[in-house]
Design a protein around this ligand. Sequence first.
Ligand SMILES: C[S@@+](CC[C@H](N)C(=O)[O-])C[C@H]1O[C@@H](n2cnc3c(N)ncnc32)[C@H](O)[C@@H]1O
Length: 259
Amino acid sequence: MTEQGYTQFALLLKNEHGLDLSLYKETQIKRRLLSYMSRHSIADFKGLVHYIASADKRNHLVDYLDINVSEFFRNPELFAYLEQQVFPRLTAKQKSLSIWSAGCSIGAEPYSLAIALAETRVTLRRGIWATDLDAGALHQAAQGLYSLADVRNVSSVRRERYFEQENGNLRVKPELKAMVEFARHDLLRDHVAQGFDLIVCRNVAIYFTEDAKLTMLERFTHSLLPGGVLFVGATESYPYHRNFGLRRIHSCFFAKVGD
Ligand SMILES: C[S@@+](CC[C@H](N)C(=O)[O-])C[C@H]1O[C@@H](n2cnc3c(N)ncnc32)[C@H](O)[C@@H]1O
């Protein structure tokens, strides 16, 4: 594996796919790439660049890097905490909420939030702002079509209520779709809106460099209202959260101080 080959490959992925590998931990990304190359008998990065000439192959590789993996109600116990503790806490201050699902991938996360809101009768000030930098994932999100594996954490009652059957898959109903606004957005670079009560950013920063994580936390603190809550992934820890004016209220939940 030559450094030059990797640099060229990274540049192609950035230009063609909008994915900037320099923001991710290089050792982890390289490990995944090498295993992908060995599976597909690709000798070097030059060969990999050639192999992923088509958009289909590029999407497949990005999937393999695990960057897009998602499912409905990922870590159900944390969604239960969100419904039972966080929503009441937030609605005690604001009647209706403003929510950002940052790094929403194929849409399973913002649709899960929409279901949780509908079930708890919490209303929105505007549609859930669901963003990702991967256009392919956003396309799937907008289609709202999921396999049974994607919805394995959704109860049969909720499946019946919020999905329609379609050739062995499930499509989210229009009422749920209407609650979510998808947009392409790089959370580390693009303009960030303000005034959110809840930011959900889960399993996005797992590959970020420490610098990128700091940028991300700074941006989220700026975007949250005082008392607003940040919901992160189950394996993420931010020991320096206090430097950003955040207070831990539960294992994966931080509140912005100042409420
Ligand atoms: C593993 S998925 C997580 C999806 C969902 N949040 C969940 O927990 O199930 C990570 C997503 O973060 C997106 N992502 C990575 N870097 C990003 C960035 N800088 N800005 C926006 N999205 C990003 C990827 O495209 C991918 O769809």
